[in-house]
Design a protein around this ligand. Structure first.
Ligand code: GCV
Length: 857
């Protein structure tokens, strides 16, 4: 029995699963364990297929809802490893087929059943896990894969019954109507269906039995089918996929109100088939909850990528517009398959050159490629552009010449790109120019740009990531302090974009207090897909649980249930605009994202942007099935590994609410000792405040910084009291004495050692789990992932030992019995000069010895 299994022994299944996903949504999961799931599947059948045997000790207790410490275990229908004669489809289908209760589906296991839901946000890919008891054959050989195909892989269905079913149902693809997006849908369907069935599924014209009929609601023969009412409820991007009778022939209809809706439906059908779900009762239907779902590329015009760990920018500006890399279309396909409908091409630390005529023609070339895939382009606007490329002497937003310059610039852009999305702006932050230089407010600046794009239907996304020079009492308070007073002062086509937490994309942060606090302004949630502070390309950290945690966090802005998801989808405060942004992790590496596992984060962002109620676990399962294999022998351990990975990383990097203790600039390795940077709030010591008494930043009311006052009452009170602050955020809000007892019964020092140690050992469990899929995943990807897990294991131990030796220098306490001693001294870790290459960070000196066990008993 390994350490982690031992830790979880004896805990009730639902409770332990609940804390695996610890955080603010723990209550929802409790319900899922105790009552039938609301989620829908087309054909009943058992839900959960992922057995999460074992489990990790977690940053638990960390639930805003209910606190308490425990460890995860989970459990569902399929035992890890061993027999593969199990239901396919599995837990994800129930979950993904649901607008609500989704996260529970895996946990709910066999409870997930029943009819598909239709409506906004609902993704009734349903049809899971029913009836298929076929055994997956062990692959004789698997061709090496680079990862370039992402999740858009269509290998022959290896189980005979399902293959026969699919072959009978999909013989050709017929389009209804004429449109570039429908043409794309036909291409995707013929490619995907041919691959999955091993037959040639070509485009046809006559609607015979076995056709997939794809098109819009306005085009015959779809127009004559009784779908109008249901389609109308789905809005411009929604889709409906079901079996229908057309002229006495049984066909599969993929219908949207628009051609892009039909394209989304096509990808939903393909996903259904890629995950080997049954066709009986097929009924897929969904519409996005959030209107604008964009990637933010921090890509520079010289093809470097800020915080990019996957090679150079995919935008080859010097070759554009004449040469179009095939990757552009591949990029568009991948995004459309998730429902991402916009891309901001350039870094928020902006270069005004992209607004010059020659660059606009390059941007137009990209927009033309992306348009059939439903993707609009946006650009970052450098506030000082009128000076830098417009020969003006000021960028004052109240200056008539400046206004005219931006108005003309917008007209020029829209002349080339009629569906241009608008501008994203970082102003008066980290050296970027902005309206405050002219004694104007963020609203003045945003509104001036908003006026320029409004006649063309464009929007302005104005970032709230600001912190000023000087030595503020508490950096995390500044965004709220600057933006809250501006609520209601922005034009109708402005969205204010805030990061998930009030600091800066840390491994874990509480939700940003601006969510819910600006009822008169639509807010965009900015998530960071690229893992700047989470092990970059190398460490496996699936961000789905982190995304889910923030989306389900309750702001209490309008009473209980005022989740961040409801703030950003516009429903809480009745906004017409709604948006979500993910800072891209894409580069020109063959595998797109620097590692195979990082693809899961792009995928999760897209799926959860479409439907913020989806569970991270359901999404993980779909991704694994599409990306690696449907064989439960692969699905179970890999989903389990993904679901543990974020918490493991938090434990070995920044447990208990610690933040920003990474090395200067590169943000990769541990450096909690750094105290000599010119601005106070750049230093790790500013954030952890370790001293001889204890550890943590006091943000409670005076003598604390009173940052908690920025939250609504229920949240404020919870965080203001040390007793009710979840362990996950304890040191974020409180300075806790080294000898103080935590909920676990351990002192702070003991708990810190415990968390760091458990985090390291958890990576060992992840390595062992991955080792089991050898032979079931192609050798290339298997080895790539295994190599990174080995590095991660060493680096987790580096993090632990470096941080514990440093914090011990304050606590003056020894490592308790039962935990491994740090491998080296504090001065050794302080003397390491890793990484030498910030883009592919490595730390060779620490790759030796045995990282685990760190917990000895
Ligand atoms: C684009 C952090 C990152 C910066 C980033 C900034 C932002 O500070 O380290 O690289 O700049 O956030 O979000 O604007």
């Amino acid at each position: 029995m390994n350490t982690l299994t031992r830790l979880t022994e004896g805990l009730p299944r639902c409770l332990t699963r609940l804390t695996l996903l610890s955080g603010v949504w723990a209550t929802a999961l409790t319900l899922a364990c105790s009552s039938p799931s609301e989620s829908g599947t087309t054909q009943g059948g058992a839900g959960g297929s992922v057995a999460t045997t074992g489990g990790s000790s977690t940053q638990s207790g960390g639930t805003m809802a209910q606190g308490g410490n425990s460890t995860p275990q989970g459990g569902a229908n399929v035992a890890q490893g061993g027999a593969t004669n199990v239901s396919t489809g599995g837990s994800s289908a129930g979950a993904s087929g649901s607008a609500s209760g989704g996260s529970s589906a895996g946990a709910a296991g066999a409870q997930a059943q029943g009819g598909a839901t239709i409506g906004a946000g609902g993704s009734t890919s349903g049809g899971a896990g029913g009836g298929n008891t076929e055994q997956y054959p062990k692959p004789a050989s698997l061709p090496a894969e680079t990862g370039a195909s992402l999740w858009l892989r269509y290998p022959l269905v290896p189980i005979q019954g399902r293959l026969t079913e699919y072959k009978a149902a999909f013989k050709q693809v017929v389009k209804a109507g004429t449109n570039a997006s429908v043409d794309v849908a036909v291409t995707e369907l013929t490619t995907g269906l041919s691959g999955l069935t091993g037959a040639t599924v070509a485009a046809g014209t006559a609607t015979d039995a076995g056709s997939v009929l794809v098109g819009t609601a306005q085009a015959e023969p779809i127009k004559s089918l009784p779908l109008a009412t249901r389609l109308a409820a789905l809005g411009p991007e929604g889709y409906l996929v079901e079996t229908a009778d057309v002229g006495g022939k049984s066909v599969t209809v993929v219908a949207g109100n628009t051609a892009v809706g039909a394209l989304y439906g096509s990808f939903a059908l393909l996903r259904h088939l890629q995950t080997h779900r049954p066709l009986a009762g097929l009924s897929l239907s969904a519409a996005p909850r959030i209107k604008t779902r964009v990637l933010n590329h921090w890509d520079n015009l010289d093809r470097s990528v800020e915080r990019g760990y996957a090679g150079r920018s995919i935008w080859d500006w010097s070759a554009l517009p004449g040469t179009l890399s095939p990757r552009y279309k591949e990029y568009a396909r991948a995004n459309a398959s998730l429902g991402i409908n916009g891309t901001v091409l350039t870094n928020v630390n902006a270069n005004a050159q992209v607004l010059t005529a020659s660059y606009i023609s390059k941007v137009k070339a990209l927009a033309d490629v992306f348009r059939p895939y439903g993707i609009k382009v946006y650009l970052t606007a450098r506030f000082s552009a009128p000076i830098e490329i417009g020969n003006l002497t000021t960028a004052d937003p109240n200056d008539a010449g400046v206004k005219k310059w931006w108005t003309d610039k917008a007209t020029e852009i829209y002349g080339q790109i009629p569906d241009f999305g608008g501008f994203l702006v970082k102003a008066n932050s980290e050296g970027q120019p902005g309206p405050q230089q002219y004694m104007r407010t963020h609203a003045d600046g945003a509104n001036m740009l908003a006026d320029a794009v409004a006649p063309h239907g464009g929007v302005v996304m104005w970032r709230a990531f600001v912190y000023s020079e000087g030595s503020p009492v508490d950096r995390i308070k500044q965004a709220y302090d600057e933006f809250k007073p501006l609520d209601g002062k922005f034009k109708d086509n402005v969205l204010v974009q805030a990061k998930n937490g009030p600091l800066d994309f840390q491994p874990r942060e509480p939700f940003h207090p601006l969510f819910g606090a600006m009822p008169g302004t639509p807010l965009t949630l900015e998530l960071q897909i690229t893992k700047e502070y989470l092990g970059e390309d190398t460490h496996l950290a699936y961000l789905g649980p982190m995304f889910e945690e923030v989306l389900k966090s309750d702001t209490y802005a309008k009473g209980a249930g005022s989740t961040v998801a409801k703030v950003i989808d516009g429903s809480l405060h009745s906004h017409t605009l709604s948006a979500i942004a993910g800072v891209s992790n894409i580069g020109d590496d063959a595998n797109w994202t620097g590692s195979h596992m990082n693809q899961a984060n792009w995928y999760a962002y897209g799926r959860m942007a479409w439907n913020p109620d989806l569970s991270a676990e359901a999404v993980a399962e779909d991704w694994v099935r599409q990306t690696f294999s449907n064989d439960p022998i692969v699905v179970a351990p890999v989903v389990q590994t993904l679901m543990r990975s974020h918490q493991a990383l938090v434990d070995y990097m920044t447990p208990l609410g610690l933040v920003h203790i990474m090395g200067t600039d590169h943000h990769y390795g541990p450096a909690p000792w750094v105290s000599n940077l010119s601005r106070a709030e750049w230093n790790p010591v500013y954030y952890h405040k370790a001293d001889s008494q204890g550890l943590g930043f006091n943000r409670a009311p005076s003598p604390g910084s009173d940052a908690v006052a920025q939250y609504f009452q229920q949240v404020r009170e919870r965080f203001a009291s040390r007793a009710t602050t979840p362990d996950a955020f304890l040191l974020f809000f409180h300075h806790v004495g080294w000898a103080d007892k935590l909920a676990s019964g351990r002192t702070l020092w003991e708990e810190l050692v415990h968390r760091y140690s458990v985090g390291v050992d958890e990576v060992g469990v992840m390595r062992d789990s991955w080792a089991k899929v050898k032979g079931y995943v192609d050798d290339k990807r298997f080895t790539d992932v295994a190599d990174f897990l080995q590095i991660q294991h060493y680096e987790a131990r580096w993090w632990r030992d470096a941080c514990l030796t440093y914090f011990a220098s304050h606590s003056k306490q020894a490592i308790p019995a039962g935990y491994a001693m740090p491998a080296q001294t504090l001065s050794y870790y302080q003397g390491l000069t890793c990484p030498s290459d910030a883009k592919k960070p490595r730390c060779m000196p620490i790759y030796s010895g045995q990282p685990s066990p760190a917990v000895l008993k």
